[in-house]
Design a protein around this ligand. Structure first.
Ligand SMILES: Nc1ncnc2c1ncn2[C@@H]1O[C@H](COP(=O)(O)OP(=O)(O)OP(=O)(O)O)[C@@H](O)[C@H]1O
Length: 357
């Protein structure tokens, strides 16, 4: 298990104060989420040493900042990817990739060109120059170049926001792959709920220069007090494994801690990890398991709480499938007729499941 990324930071500007205490896993993607101006970029810049901050930072077991010492930017082994890829225009893709790699001392090189070329699908682009690449391809090269410095921390500040929708959809599978391969922490700033659902393992929700909540995506996404999703899109993500296939019906079973869901067979081998998204509006509840209806996914669930929704006619029911949370959005009248109370056992009928990763 890699050592955790810990940072307690205070940064003061005349009209803005950043004051955060982060304790994040040493591996995986942490998405920083929060309204414009809440301090996400400032936090990344403080971690990078581009802004002065007091406090402490520990990355990969090494202290970058404490009361007695402050490592300057060039001594912090991190990579920073911005909205716009700034590649060297006079160098080919290979030239750009080798730039950071060659400047990294041999003994510190942990990531090598063939690896990142495969992760980011660059094998056929090696000879091209930046002006011969699409926006998404340029950004893939920029990410690869950053990784070839073998950083201990990867900071990504809205890396897809300058791309059009088609390029975003092109690049997301590469980022999902990276997310599975990289053994370092990645801090990823985005305003996009889709990028959050597809890439995040962890979430830091910020407001006014402070951390409102931090934890795993599965734990924080269903929280109704956090502004992470719109009322229509509220739901959960479930990390599952592709466990069985029913070839006759082209359906596959995804198992997770607390149950299993059937879905149209995806093009990936049995045993693969799979991230599923279930929206609250696609879950209904019943006291008995009804098999005389079209919904195939029936899961035994326990009521945790019944909460208000943005609309006065609706209620959000928080459920537990063992350790896995699920949300159901019902009319208040339906919730009243079911006489829902915490601890009650019933059946969750899941109408639709999307694979997000
Ligand atoms: N160079 C600067 N000098 C002074 N104030 C700044 C500077 N950069 C940002 N700020 C202010 O600091 C606060 C935090 O800004 P920051 O860019 O970190 O927010 P953010 O959450 O990244 O926003 P966005 O989502 O819009 O990128 C804001 O009030 C902003 O106006």
């Amino acid at each position: 298990m890699s050592p955790r990324l810990q940072a307690r930071l205070r940064h003061q500007r005349p009209d803005f104060t950043l004051e955060v205490d982060l304790d994040l896993p040493g591996q995986g993607v942490t998405v920083l989420f929060g309204p414009s101006g809440c301090g996400k970029t400032t936090l990344l810049r403080c971690l990078a040493g581009l802004e002065s901050a007091s406090g402490h930072i520990t990355v990969a077991g090494e202290t970058w900042l404490d009361d007695h010492s402050r490592r300057p930017v060039h001594q912090r082994p991190l990579a920073y990817v911005f909205q716009e890829a700034s590649l060297f225009p006079h160098l080919s893709v290979t030239g750009n990739l080798h730039y950071g790699y060659r400047r990294t001392p041999r003994r510190l090189r942990q990531i090598h060109p063939p690896q990142v070329e495969a992760w980011l699908g660059l094998e056929t682009l090696r000879e091209r120059f930046p002006h011969q690449l699409s926006g998404g391809q340029r950004q893939r090269v920029a990410i690869a170049r950053a990784l070839l410095t073998s950083p201990q921390l990867l900071l990504m500040d809205e890396p897809l926001s300058a791309l059009d929708q088609a390029s975003k959809q092109d690049i997301l599978p590469y980022l999902e792959r990276l997310h599975r391969e990289l053994a370092i922490p990645v801090l990823y700033v985005t305003h996009s709920p889709e990028e959050m659902a597809r890439l995040a393992d962890h979430l830091v929700v910020m407001a006014d220069g402070r951390v409102r909540a931090q934890g795993s995506l599965t734990e924080l996404l269903p929280r109704l007090d956090l502004p992470v999703t719109s009322a229509q899109e509220v739901g959960v993500v479930i990390d599952a494994t592709l466990a069985a296939e029913d070839a006759d019906w082209h359906l596959s079973r995804a198992d997770f801690n607390g149950g299993a869901l059937w879905l149209p067979t995806p093009t990936r081998p049995l045993g693969s990890p799979l991230r599923l998204r279930v929206l609250a509006r696609d879950v209904s509840l019943a006291r008995q398991p009804h098999h005389d209806q079209s919904i195939q996914n029936l899961l035994p669930a326990t009521v945790v709480s019944v909460d208000s929704d943005h609309h006065p006619a609706m209620a959000l029911v928080r459920l537990a499938l063992a350790d896995t949370p699920l949300l159901a959005r019902l009319t208040r009248r339906a919730a009243d007729q079911l006489n829902l109370t915490p601890g009650q056992q019933l059946w969750a009928q899941v109408k639709s499941v999307a694979i997000v990763d």
